[in-house]
Design a binder for this molecule. Structure first.
Ligand code: SAH
Ligand code: SF4
Ligand code: F3S
Length: 469
């Protein structure tokens, strides 16, 4: 068995703090930074850690084209995510040509891919520093090296660690990410995440709870517990995810969300905890990927259509009205028309509140990329369009159940459509828009739902609770 991942030690943290202090004292250092983040919430949270470290080095945030240091925190889950990041890196070089003092950094999952470091060295020589997800905590040291070097500094291949004790600069005031576990051991055959994020490792419950208490003191109203598969959370002293969730509930933090859950290890204990909890929101993201047992088997998902549907049933029984969302994929290698139809029929049967739908994208090094019968792009495109059309129709239907009900909405910002409207997320996970003012951002409002517009609920405020007692 591979050696267990270790948390960062106080000495290692101190060493990095020392690098950060030294950078802060330099006069000819970068003074401003800008981070561009791609991919999932784990990456968004990593960017908050990067921002925290940059703050400790004395750098301030600035607009992209004006910043002294621009960092791309990349994703490689699908080919288009990777191409977009690399395209923007190339584009930024045009700005750097006009302002050669600008430093460009590239980090995140893509750098962790085999062969990517060499590609950066050869084709992206203007990049000043590149480092993978496992080297994130060593960023102050890597930046120090890059400031002293005229060629690209590339750091990959360190063992993945349990990240603990790093500074975090939160991007949102009222809502915060809390990472509970990192990495993934599932090896779904299409997925690159286990290769670029390393083996599963869970933080200790006591440290997670401590972090949440600090966030509470800071006025944070909502936390999102993060992990590639939160159901596999197991601390070194044996705390499981349902146990952790129940402890987090007892901290009294106003709203608790979590993602992502793998259907294969969604156990009744978790549903019981959710049903009895006071602060865990009635919403669940449960990626199904496909409605065909044969495709699920070849994806190595380790559940069947029937068990998935059964879990959905159980969830709906335990938490009536629960908001249910999913991820789905079409055109997995060898997917036949009738297997695709099974995904459509599952979509129809479940009635998800929303779904992220993807065309399968081959990732080098994964088992599915070596499978025969890759589906031609035109056919994949027809399938995704059919799936999106069905999901949009079903979504409109299932969202009607909220008409006339009241949602507690955590206001996130102004509506994109109108200056007299604000929008946020309701308890069931859906976005809700209603008339309001900028001062209400960051507060929780009670809203009566009066309509459904595309993927948004619309309504009117019944009472503003303002800050939580
Ligand atoms: N850990 C999470 C999801 C991680 S990636 C989980 O297991 O649910 C988010 C979504 O991207 C996946 O649910 C899947 O639908 C999609 N995805 C992952 N690899 C993909 C690939 N190679 N091609 C297309 N979509 C992919
Ligand atoms: Fe990828 Fe599967 Fe792990 Fe999710 S559970 S990150 S889809 S390997
Ligand atoms: Fe992308 Fe990495 Fe997340 S590959 S989806 S940013 S874990």
């Amino acid at each position: 068995m591979a050696e267990r991942a270790k948390p960062l030690t106080p000495e290692e943290l101190e060493e990095q703090r020392e690098y950060a202090r030294k950078i802060r004292e330099l006069t000819d250092r970068p003074h401003t930074y800008h981070i561009i983040t791609y991919g999932c919430q784990m990456n968004a949270h990593d960017s908050e850690i990067l921002a925290g470290m940059l703050g400790s080095m004395g750098l301030q945030e600035a607009e992209r084209d004006e910043a002294d240091l621009v960092i791309f925190n990349t994703c490689c889950v699908r080919d288009n995510a990777e191409r977009r990041a690399l395209g923007n890196v190339t584009w930024l070089n045009e700005i750097k040509k006009k302002r050669p003092s600008m430093k460009i950094g590239v980090c995140g999952c893509m750098i962790q891919e085999p062969g990517m470091a060499e590609k950066i060295m050869k084709q992206y020589r203007f990049v000043d520093l590149a480092f993978g997800t496992a080297d994130l905590y060593r960023f102050p040291q890597i930046l120090t090296e890059a400031l002293n070097s005229s060629s690209t500094v590339i750091e990959t291949g360190s063992p993945h660690r349990i990240l603990e004790g790093l500074p975090v600069s939160r991007s949102r005031r009222e809502s915060a990410y809390v990472s509970i576990m990192q990495g993934c051991d599932n090896f779904c055959t299409y997925c690159i995440v286990p290769y670029v994020r390393g083996r599963e490792r869970s933080r200790n419950a006591s440290e997670i709870l401590e972090e949440i208490r600090h966030l509470q003191e800071d006025g944070v109203m909502e936390i999102m517990l993060l992990g590639q598969n939160v159901n596999s959370y197991r601390s070194q002293d044996g705390v499981t995810f349902p146990e952790l969730l129940s402890m987090v509930d007892r901290t009294g933090i106003r709203r608790i969300r979590f993602m992502t859950s793998h259907p294969k290890d969604l156990l009744p204990e978790l549903m019981e905890v959710m049903a009895g909890a006071r602060h865990v929101l009635p919403q669940f993201h449960l990626p199904v990927q496909s409605g065909s047992n044969e495709i699920l088997r070849r994806m190595n998902r380790q559940y069947t259509r029937e068990t998935y549907l059964e879990r959905v049933e159980q969830l709906r029984r335990a938490i009536p009205g629960i908001g249910l969302t999913t991820d789905m994929m079409v055109a997995f290698p060898g997917e036949t028309e009738s297997q695709f139809q099974e995904t459509l029929s599952l979509t129809d049967e479940v009635g998800f509140d929303s779904a992220f739908t993807f065309v399968y994208s081959p990732r080098v090094g994964t088992a599915a990329a070596r499978m025969e019968n890759q589906i031609p792009p035109e056919e994949a495109s027809r399938r995704i369009q059919a799936l999106i059309a069905l999901q949009e129709r079903r979504q409109q239907e299932v969202m009607q159940r909220f008409l006339g009900t009241e949602e507690e909405v955590l206001v996130e910002g102004m509506s994109r459509r109108s200056h007299q409207q604000i929008s946020g997320r309701g308890t069931h996970g859906l976005s809700v828009t209603f008339p309001g003012r900028a001062e209400q951002i960051g507060t929780i409002c009670r809203v009566r739902i009066t309509g459904v517009r595309n993927n948004t609920l619309v309504g009117r405020q019944t009472e503003n609770e303002g800050a939580v007692s």
